[in-house]
Design a protein around this ligand. Structure first.
Ligand code: DX5
Ligand code: ZN
Length: 221
């Protein structure tokens, strides 16, 4: 099966623990936490304190997506708070290897994230140091935006690059993933699907997640 990672950005924060237990019971695979600093993206969301609360609410892997400048300053705090996977944007720094190494040495699985306009060749030489590549299929900052269609071609090219260089790396897609878009995204080669509004905006999380998995189809890995 391919993996579904609901983004708590669209959860009801007055009942965060309950929401996380509900997606776990509904068949979610990872819990995606969107960290925004108001500098790298035009929105401010949550920090290690929330990650620590998420950690206490679930046994699922906690997947922390850092949309922040100078991510290297905060890696230790997020892993200590309970992050199992930490992804950093390629656009945030020139010493990406060092940051990815830091994530691994702190005990989490590193991922690199690319904005929609960022070319794939920027991460060719870090592919062997990551466990996953996250392609943004919207410009990061907000939930509920529409999927940018050329992400499909970008995903196909990334899949090719991964097959050639380091086949165990997973492809994660984030932004505008829903019941209408997931089949094509999966067909292009994605393995992990972040979904905020599509899951938390639905009335039956279990039904939505199982329909998403059905449309994504089996994993070829
Ligand atoms: C966007 C965030 C996403 C967002 C996805 O900046 O990184 O994770 O929550 O939201 P949906 O699934 O509603 O597009
Ligand atoms: Zn995200």
């Amino acid at each position: 099966m391919k993996l579904i990672a609901p983004s708590i950005l669209s959860a009801d924060f007055t009942r965060l623990g309950e929401e996380i237990r509900a997606i776990e019971a509904a068949g979610a695979d990872w819990v995606h936490v969107d960290v925004m600093d108001g500098h790298f993206v035009p929105n401010i969301t949550m920090g290690p304190l929330i990650v620590e609360a998420v950690r206490r609410s679930t046994k699922l892997p906690v997947d922390v997506h850092l949309m922040i400048e100078n991510p290297e300053r905060y890696i230790h705090d997020f892993v200590k708070a309970g992050a199992d996977l930490v992804s950093v944007h390629l656009e945030t720094g020139v010493h990406l290897n060092r940051t990815l190494e830091l994530i691994r040495s702190c005990g989490a699985r590193p991922g690199v994230v690319l904005n929609p306009a960022t070319p794939l060749n920027g991460m060719e030489w870090v592919l062997e140091f990551v466990d996953f590549v996250l392609l943004m299929s919207v410009n990061p900052g907000f939930g509920g935006q529409s999927f940018i269609p050329n992400t499909l071609e970008k995903t196909r090219r990334l899949k090719q690059m991964i097959n050639d260089i380091h086949p165990s790396v997973l492809i994660q897609i984030d932004g505008g993933v829903n019941l209408s878009t997931i089949a094509d995204i999966s067909g292009a080669g994605a393995d992990v699907f972040v979904a905020g509004s599509a899951v938390f905006g639905s009335s039956d999380y279990a039904k939505t997640i199982s329909e998403m998995k059905q449309k994504a189809g089996p994993s070829e890995r």
